[in-house]
Design a protein around this ligand. Structure first.
Ligand SMILES: C[S@@+](CC[C@H](N)C(=O)[O-])C[C@H]1O[C@@H](n2cnc3c(N)ncnc32)[C@H](O)[C@@H]1O
Length: 491
């Protein structure tokens, strides 16, 4: 793994001055949540100031050329042949904002590590990355002993999936760069080269720090990315792009800051507990429920069209379900589940088409004429939920979906509870995991996630029970059940 020199946060103002980044009475300090931004004087952006057309109170101004984006990475590559070779070698990965930024970070960490020969062309970011702490608790960096404690949570599925994707990306990076001379020497040397952990570190940096900056998309903004998260009324600042394309951190209107108070932004108040841990490695102490979760779904094994349906949905419809609390009500959503709820006897038909040269294509239609899905890559399937909602049998399909959702939630509850919960309670942990392999902050975070998701699943099962009861009394369902009974009697 690469060694990474770090700089203290106290040196950040000097670096910022050199690079034309302006601070407006704010400073940086080591806080309970790592480094953070604090006000150096009292500040206010009142509703009255807003009405009088006063400009918002700006806290940080970052010029556009300091923002790290897909475009700026490719701009840096014009004068850095080392970076350029890697970007060109990596093809599609280097043409996405995330891929280009990860490659850029990895190259610059390499340039400042103990390389065999001097390599790379430095720029202000080569220094800035030394201020980025490696102390985040993102689950892709957890130990095996910590990861097993996620069993049953929705985070387990997300992390397993992400770890497999990171491994595949790392293998592709090796394949794409192993014949580039400097990479062969510095990265793919058996003893001192890159490891998957290096790729995980740059992925974690990007995931926990990238912002969706208005007008620029997913980027990293130096200094602004030192702002920690606070939700609801506790959020005091927001990021924006000003008229000169600078990235700015500004006070939210109606907010006051006293000297010494922390400047916080929101990382997304609507995010569920699992997503917060996945992307940022923490759960706010005020969070009591899981808010929302995503669960994987499959087409049942006894479905005769299981494989065909999966092929049609592959890479187009997420095979999962979202369960959330919205305005105090439990809501579930899944387009995929309706593919498990209809079959040929209902009106679904599947055709195989042999094109002149290409492979066999599959086409699914509803009641003979509405094409709802094809295996042609660029053809997105019609929204099946929408098509079925126009059908006279809609209540019946909803009932089938509700039963499947309830089964899915129930089986999750079983995974989270019982003996496994008992076992979780007895797991040993210590502050930095040196004795037990499990760090106390990680253990406590998983414990809160387990309680939160168990509560949400229980509420989900209850809500589904009422939905099923209601749908059972629908006339469509009653007529269908009577028909079924008669057919069974007859046979
Ligand atoms: C964008 S960075 C913020 C700056 C960071 N504190 C640092 O030292 O570089 C995001 C990371 O800060 C930490 N963080 C931010 N807000 C937090 C909060 N409310 N509670 C705990 N950790 C927080 C988490 O480690 C998160 O992954």
């Amino acid at each position: 793994m690469l060694n990474r020199p770090l700089l203290p946060i106290s040196a950040l103002p000097a670096w910022a001055r050199l690079n034309n980044i302006k601070f407006h009475d704010i400073g940086f300090e080591k806080l309970a949540n790592g480094s953070g931004i604090v006000a150096l004087t009292d500040k206010e952006y009142s509703a009255q100031q807003l009405q009088e057309g006063n400009k918002p109170e700006i806290l940080i101004t970052v010029p556009p050329d300091m923002v790290l984006s897909l475009d700026s990475v490719h701009e840096f590559a014009k004068s850095d042949p080392y970076l350029r070779e890697v970007l060109e070698g990596c093809g599609d990965l280097g043409r996405t904002a995330r891929g280009a930024i990860l490659i850029f970070l990895l190259c610059h960490i390499t340039y400042s590590s103990d390389t065999q020969t001097r390599i790379g062309v430095t720029n202000p970011w080569s220094e800035y990355i030394k201020f980025l702490s490696s102390e985040t608790l993102l689950p892709t960096l957890w130990s095996e002993d910590e990861l097993v404690l996620l069993y049953g949570t929705s985070l387990k599925d997300a992390v397993d999936h992400k770890l497999a994707a990171l491994e595949a990306e790392f293998d592709r990076l090796r394949e794409a760069t192993k014949s580039i001379a400097w990479c062969e020497r510095e990265w793919w040397d058996e003893e001192n080269g890159l490891t998957l952990d290096d790729w995980k570190v740059v992925d974690a940096m990007y995931r926990s720090r990238a912002l969706d900056l208005p007008g620029s998309g997913h980027v990293m903004v130096p200094c602004v990315d030192m702002a920690n998260h606070a939700s609801g009324e506790e959020t005091v600042a927001l990021y924006e792009t000003d008229g000169e394309r600078n990235a700015v951190l500004q006070l939210r209107w109606g907010k006051k800051l006293r000297k010494g108070e922390e400047v916080t932004i929101t990382y997304g108040d609507e995010k569920g507990a699992s997503e917060m841990i996945f992307s940022y490695g923490f759960l706010e102490s005020s969070v009591e429920d899981a808010r929302q979760l995503f669960l994987p779904l499959d087409i049942p094994d006894d479905d005769p069209l299981k494989q065909t349906k999966k092929k049609i949905c592959a890479n187009k419809i997420a095979p999962g379900l979202r369960l959330a609390v919205e305005d105090g009500q439990i809501k579930w959503e899944s387009d995929f589940i309706f593919w498990a709820c209809v079959n040929e006897e209902d009106g679904l038909s599947v055709e195989m088409m042999q094109t002149n040269e290409g492979p066999v294509e599959l086409k699914a239609s509803w009641k003979g004429d509405t094409v709802i899905g094809q295996t042609v890559p660029e053809t997105p399937p019609r929204n099946l939920t929408e098509v079925l909602s126009q059908d006279p049998q809609w209540d019946l399909f909803q009932l089938r979906a509700a039963v499947l959702v309830q089964q899915c939630l129930q089986s999750r509850l079983e995974m989270l509870g019982g003996e496994l919960e008992m076992a979780f309670k007895t797991v040993e942990h210590d502050p930095d995991g040196t004795r037990t392999g499990v760090r106390t902050p990680v253990y406590e975070m998983i414990g809160r996630l387990r309680v939160g998701e168990t509560g949400l699943l229980r509420r989900g099962v209850q809500a589904l029970a009422s939905e099923i009861e209601q749908l059972m009394s629908s006339e469509t369902v009653q007529v269908f059940l009577k028909q079924q009974e008669q057919e069974e009697d007859f046979s």
